[in-house]
Ligand binder design. Sequence first.
Ligand SMILES: [Cu+2]
Length: 108
Amino acid sequence: MKILLATAAVLAIGGPALAQQHDMGAMAGMDMKAPAGAQGAGVIKALDLKAGSVTLQHGPIAALKWPAMTMAFKADPSLLKTVKVGQKVTFTVKPGATPEVIAIAPAS
Ligand SMILES: [Cu+2]
């Protein structure tokens, strides 16, 4: 009987511990993706869904050491269907030779 109780206790502890490990694995995956994007906020000045570009008047992006400016970014046209010119947005930039907006959403 004592052995059965001990086994039950191990299983009870083991359940949440395994769940925690799983969460930590997911977080590790997110950490690996983090350097690929920097968060910014700004206003949409122009959209070109055919060319796949968005012009943003954005605030400073500390993670990239960018000052505030107005510039055009590459963006997947499907991302740009959810926003419009004049709208305040938050966005994620993947820096590079041609900086790309990889996520964009109306600012709440
Ligand atoms: Cu810029």
